[in-house]
Design a protein around this ligand. Structure first.
Ligand SMILES: Nc1nc2c(c(=O)[nH]1)N[C@H]1C(S)=C(S)[C@@H](COP(=O)(O)OP(=O)(O)OC[C@H]3O[C@@H](n4cnc5c(=O)[nH]c(N)nc54)[C@H](O)[C@@H]3O)O[C@H]1N2
Ligand SMILES: Nc1nc2c(c(=O)[nH]1)N[C@H]1C(S)=C(S)[C@@H](COP(=O)(O)OP(=O)(O)OC[C@H]3O[C@@H](n4cnc5c(=O)[nH]c(N)nc54)[C@H](O)[C@@H]3O)O[C@H]1N2
Ligand code: SF4
Ligand SMILES: [Mo]
Length: 913
């Protein structure tokens, strides 16, 4: 008893504390304090310093069980403490400890050789889960100065909301988490916030106490269904049918908000019945513009041009009808409004018909529709819809539902999703040439000039469009590249993507990819080029073999043999590290200074300070990239090399890599990065006046006074201190156009491929039989117990679960195959197989198999994990470009792999012991 008492009181004998936070890729933003004694962290606890807003519960306490266990990962025996070099075959597990100098020299030599033989695009950087801004900032310096390539992280993970992009021309429509409290209906759809938004989940039950009805739409009785008022058990992959039937009911019953639809959307726009294209200025006048659109004016009985600079003008167009219009060549065509085409499309999709597809009772669809139409509805849309092959159709259907019911841009309505919550200093960092205040002023001046030039080109160019346009222009020159082309040209996916029945393309997928490349839609973005061999791969805070769909199966076979050097930078050993050549020890979160990477659940930024010395020879990610840059310059000089040709053929100097890093002392490197971002953010009014790293150290939190300008423009909203942030307000309140092709929330995409696919309007399409004709549909999700694989080897966390990978199967499906809980089963289809423990549960929908995407592959037999059965399809339509808002900018529109609803079967192999 006495000893226990001491253990308790000892805990409080700390001599100082430091601000802290964790992993960037739980996409939460929790502030902790680490208590330190004699230089060693004792424990950490939630800081509870998030501010509150008026009329809603405050955010605190932000935290989760992984956060509570984060420090145990520092000393729990999982760490890599020294640079390691492989001595046996890749994956043989034979390593030797080497010095940092030796590791850096080997890396530098391989990079120099790759650059000289294949060009710098043959050096690839892959990243994802880093803690904050310093590692990524240092990496960006290295990659862009070297001219190497980075795989776009939003597509490698498949968090691209294709459907929302098609509708809104951006991905920034998320309000803050506290706005959920003001909703009357909360829909949890394609996500599982009880697991994945743990610190913010309290707003959902709090909204319920406040009178809201919570609805979860999910095939399984998911953990987020447990606390919902209504669980709608949907057939996997049938969400568009469900949503569109609800839309039809709303239209048929006249429950839609006609004013909202007429002013905010393209539903009143006229489309030519002849070719399915919008009626544009170019149809009506010889010198007319293709980006001017028309509605029908019932008063004049003719088409009237839509004002491109203001929504809702003309103010009372016909929403429905088919009319005759005379074109400039003298011919006459029939035109219909998009709304009329929509009514036609939905004609067959009665709740009864949809019920056959989504297996939800017709009356449940009707009740749901009526509720959404009559209440302030918040759509808590997870990133699950991004991961379905036809996820774009699902999201467009959800968007349509919200549009018909006037459900965004107002308190308690619209989307609660994930957006990277940048500071203005980070945005400026991309534009600045050099450091310091003078460089900031110059960057702002240049930005103003370019924006002015862009706006002058056309009155339809709003600030949002101009900012996005600017990013678009910069994209080919930046180092980031959409990874689908890399998968296609260098990783062997073309064969799978072309398999009959696996996708939905009328012709083989590869024909569309080649057409997209020939059309120049992705000009300058395809890295490495098809004729360049990838040579060096750096992986920081990611696990390419686990994360990539079909990863181990395809990458080990097609990519690995081409790579002369694979470097993993991690603080413990990921499977892709086990298959690497060199592993570099990264500092744990408690061992480095960083500005925590946040998410738009709230826009505050938290500090994470250095509470302890790095263990062993670990270094922060930022320091590692700095050291690599300096080492490359040094080795080039030793080898007598001065210049090299980059992948565009321009000359670059080897010594510039070191120079840019050596401008700041090693000890000050991270502090300088953070301080500059904070000062720039303060300078532009994003953060309070005079805000610096010292302010953040004093206060632990940076509370923005307004959004960064580009974000405010695209989100059509801004921060009002002390109030929840509501996205898309300015569209609704000020009639500011959307950054889409038509300037409206756009439901009709008249790109030729979309017309070919019959997806100009949203519709339901069944998930293709990827994997083969098998009875079980695989879905997944992110686990409660781990941030991806990061915590799957943490002892204390493993003790809270079965401690090994499990796949969840329905009781009846298990019984019919003779499977009992705890048996080892083989999951198989036409592309592969793996073995896993069965977890039998009636909460799983019959016909569904759930594998939470988290486990380290090496925890499975022969390291064969779920990726072995994942086909890893991308949807061909997402290679489309050359149309209005269908263009690439970093993190946005681009193809990404799907992993939800492909097909497998299961057989028992080893009974439970
Ligand atoms: N604890 C924890 N938190 C995390 C993460 C983590 O790894 N661990 N990862 C973070 C990251 S990077 C991301 S991307 C997010 C992801 O988190 P979420 O956005 O919540 O997405 P998922 O976990 O993929 O969603 C899984 C849910 O989708 C539902 N679902 C599956 N198929 C269908 C379907 O066909 N229709 C419908 N309607 N529903 C379906 C299932 O019920 C399942 O529970 O979580 C973030 N937060
Ligand atoms: N089938 C399927 N696949 C999926 C998903 C799915 O739902 N289904 N989800 C996808 C999604 S949304 C995501 S976001 C990805 C996530 O995929 P990844 O980001 O690749 O996730 P992890 O496998 O956890 O790898 C992260 C590694 O970073 C290390 N790490 C943590 N912090 C740091 C740090 O500060 N520095 C360094 N150097 N290392 C650090 C951890 O130890 C861990 O090994 O997975 C994707 N893959
Ligand atoms: S792991 Fe993420 S959600 Fe959990 S406490 Fe840390 S920052 Fe918050
Ligand atoms: Mo993610």
């Amino acid at each position: 008893m006495k000893a226990m008492q001491h253990r308790y009181t000892d805990r409080w004998r700390w001599d100082e504390w430091k601000w802290s936070s964790h992993c960037g890729n739980c996409i939460a933003n929790c502030s902790y304090r680490i208590y330190v004694k004699d230089g060693e962290p004792l424990f950490e606890e939630v800081a509870g310093n998030a501010p509150g807003a008026e009329g809603v519960p405050d955010m605190n306490p932000l935290g989760c069980q992984k956060g509570a266990a984060w420090l145990s990962m520092r000393t729990g025996g999982e760490r890599i403490l020294y640079p390691m070099r492989r001595v046996g075959e890749r994956g043989s597990g034979k390593w030797e400890r080497i010095s940092w100098d030796e590791a850096l020299e080997t890396i530098a030599d391989s990079v120099i050789e790759a650059v000289e033989e294949q060009g710098p695009n043959s050096v690839l950087f892959d990243n994802c889960t880093e803690m904050g801004i310093c590692g990524p900032a240092a990496r960006a310096l290295l990659v862009s100065r070297l001219g190497a390539a980075t795989l776009d992280g939003n597509a490698t993970v498949a968090d691209v909301h294709h459907g929302h992009w098609l509708t809104f021309g951006n991905l920034l429509g998320g309000s803050t988490a506290d706005d959920v409290f003001r909703a009357e209906t909360v829909i949890i759809w394609q996500g599982n916030p009880a697991y994945t938004r743990i610190p913010y989940y309290h707003y959902i039950p709090e909204a319920r106490y406040n009178g809201a009805v919570v609805i979860t739409i999910a095939p399984d009785f998911s953990p987020s269904s447990v606390h919902a008022d209504i669980h709608i058990p949907i057939e996997p992959g049938s969400d568009a049918a469900f949503a569109l039937a609800a839309c039809k009911h709303i239209i048929d019953e006249g429950l839609y908000d006609a004013d909202f639809v007429k002013s905010q959307t393209d539903l009143p726009f006229l489309v030519k019945e002849t070719d399915g294209r919008f009626l544009t200025g170019a149809d009506l006048e010889r010198s007319g513009k293709t980006n001017r659109f028309f509605v029908w004016n019932p008063a004049s009985g003719g088409p009237e041009q839509v004002d491109p600079s203001r929504l809702g003008s003309p103010s009372d167009p016909a929403l429905e009808g088919t009319f005759e219009v005379r074109l400039h060549d003298g011919s006459t065509v029939k035109v219909s409004t998009v709304f009329t085409l929509l009514r036609r499309r939905l004609e067959e999709l009665t709740p009864e018909k949809a019920s056959e597809i989504c297996k939800v009772a017709p009356d449940v669809i009707r009740d749901f529709a009526r509720r959404v139409a009559t209440t302030a509805t918040k759509l808590c849309n997870g990133l699950g819809s991004c991961k379905h092959y036809h996820g774009d159709l699902m999201e467009r259907s959800m968007d349509l539902l919200l549009a018909l019911t006037g459900n965004w841009g107002k308190p308690g309505r619209g989307f609660w999703t994930y957006i990277i919550a940048l500071l203005e200093g980070e945005v400026m960092g991309m534009l600045k040439q050099g450091r310091g205040a003078v460089a900031s002023e110059k960057a702002i001046a240049t930005l103003e000039t370019v924006l002015e030039q862009l706006r002058a080109t056309d009155p339809s160019v709003t600030d949002a469009k101009a900012f996005l346009q600017l990013m678009r222009i910069g994209s080919p020159r930046a180092s980031v590249s959409p990874p689908a082309f890399f998968f296609y040209h260098h990783c062997g996916y073309g064969e799978i993507w072309d398999r009959a029945g696996y996708g939905s393309s009328p012709r083989p997928c590869s024909e569309y990819i080649e057409e997209a490349e020939r059309s120049g839609w992705w000009g300058g973005l395809i890295k490495p080029a098809p004729d360049v061999e990838p040579r060096v791969l750096f992986q920081t805070a990611t696990n390419i073999l686990r994360r990539t769909r079909g990863g181990q199966r395809e990458l080990l076979r097609h990519l690995w043999p081409k790579l002369k050097l694979i470097v993993a930078i991690d603080w413990k050993m990921p499977t892709a590290g086990l298959m690497a050549d060199i592993v570099l020890p990264a500092a744990h979160e408690a061992e480095k200074l960083d500005l925590h990477a946040p998410n738009s659940h709230s826009w505050e930024r938290m500090l994470s300070d250095r509470a302890a010395e790095p263990l062993g020879e670990a270094r922060s990610d930022a320091q590692i990239f700095r050291a690599i840059g300096i080492a490359i310059s040094k080795r080039a000089a030793e080898l007598g090399k001065v210049e090299y040709k980059d992948s565009q053929g321009a000359l670059r100097r080897w010594d510039e890599l070191a120079k840019q890093f050596e401008q700041v002392d090693e000890d000050e490197f991270e502090a300088a990065i953070i301080d500059e971002v904070l000062r720039d953010s303060s300078y532009t009014g994003n953060l309070p006046a005079g805000f610096s790293l010292q302010t953040l150290r004093d206060e632990g939190i940076a509370i923005p006074e307004r959004l960064p300008r580009p974000v405010a423009a695209v989100m059509a909203s801004d921060i009002e201190p002390g109030k929840p942030l509501v996205a898309y307000r300015r569209h609704v309140e000020e009639m500011l156009p959307y950054p889409t092709h038509t300037g409206r929330a756009q439901f009709y995409i008249d790109h030729p491929w979309f017309l070919e696919a019959d997806e100009a309007l949203p519709c339901h399409k069944p998930p293709p039989k990827a994997g083969g004709d098998y009875p079980l549909a695989v879905t997944g999700g992110h686990p409660r117990w781990s941030i991806h694989a990061t915590n799957t080897t943490t002892a204390v966390i493993l003790e809270t679960t079965r401690g090994r990978p499990t796949a969840h199967i329905n009781t009846a499906d298990a019984a019919s195959r003779g499977i009992s809980d705890g048996d080892t089963v083989e999951v198989f289809n036409d592309v592969g197989s793996y073995r896993v423990m069965a977890r039998v549960s009636p909460a799983v929908r019959p016909g569904q198999l759930i594998l939470y995407a988290s486990w380290e592959p090496y925890l499975f037999e022969e390291w064969k994990d779920g990726t072995f059965v994942e086909p890893g399809m991308v949807k061909w339509l997402h290679f489309a470009g050359g149309y209005g808002h269908l263009y690439y900018t970093e993190l946005q529109w681009q193809p990404a792999q799907s992993d939800r609803v492909f097909f497998v079967d299961v057989r028992r192999v080893v009974p439970a012991s």
